[in-house]
Design a protein around this ligand. Structure first.
Ligand code: PCA
Length: 210
């Protein structure tokens, strides 16, 4: 049976809730697909998150790895296309570490592409009435580190992707863009379902002019 590893993150940066962790719990509670779903909520620490991810990969040997995290301030779900081999933390992580301009993994390539069908995933989420787009930067904080680590450690066996979610309407700071928590969970679920069965993915126009 296909094994899917789905991760979210604990709260960070002063937020009480991380919608990615909430979405992972909700997707797990409602899971009804013929695939084994393993979920975990990772610490927002560079060392702890990568170590926990490695442990999960070794223990469960997933066929699909979908990591998710919060991108506060974004209005749409971001299906990340690129992980970069760079840590450059604007704020300290939850352990107080703030690496600046160091590699995510010494000796590894500068960047790596997601191996989930990013355009098909974004299209499936949009088709469900939830704003989504392919994103070309997962940032340089813990999310990117986990995404890059997963791409280095889980390939070629697994398909690996990362989805950044907006704040949930239930917990967004005043005036910030947000989506209902249910919609976020649905988007995460669709990312998995579409990866498991992308159909005949057409050449979808996308990309960024700047
Ligand atoms: N978002 C942060 C780290 C954890 C999270 O949910 C990020 O985008 O790096």
């Amino acid at each position: 049976m296909t094994t899917v590893l789905l991760t979210g993150f604990e709260p960070f940066g002063g937020d009480a809730v991380n919608p990615s962790g909430e979405a992972v719990r909700q997707v797990a509670a409602q899971w009804d697909m013929p695939a084994r779903l393993v979920t975990d909520v990772l610490p927002v620490t560079f060392e702890g998150a990568a170590a926990r991810l490695r442990e999960l990969l070794t223990t469960h040997r997933p066929d699909v790895v979908l990591a998710t995290g919060l991108a506060g301030g974004r209005a749409a779900v971001g299906v990340e296309r690129i992980a970069v081999n760079l840590l450059d933390a604007r704020i300290p992580d939850n352990a107080g570490h703030q690496p600046i301009d160091v590699p995510s993994m010494s000796g590894a390539p500068a960047a790596a592409f997601a191996t989930v069908p990013v355009k098909a995933v974004a299209a499936a989420i949009v088709a469900a009435g939830i704003p989504a787009e392919v994103s070309h930067s997962a940032g340089t904080f813990v999310c990117n580190h986990v995404f890059f680590t997963a791409l280095q450690e889980a390939l070629p066996r697994a398909r690996v992707g990362f989805v950044h979610v907006p704040w949930s309407r239930e917990h967004a700071p005043q005036g910030q863009p947000a989506l209902p928590a249910d919609a976020i969970a649905q988007a995460v679920r669709l990312a998995i379902v579409t990866t498991l069965d992308p159909g005949g993915t057409p050449a979808l126009v996308g990309g960024a002019l700047h």
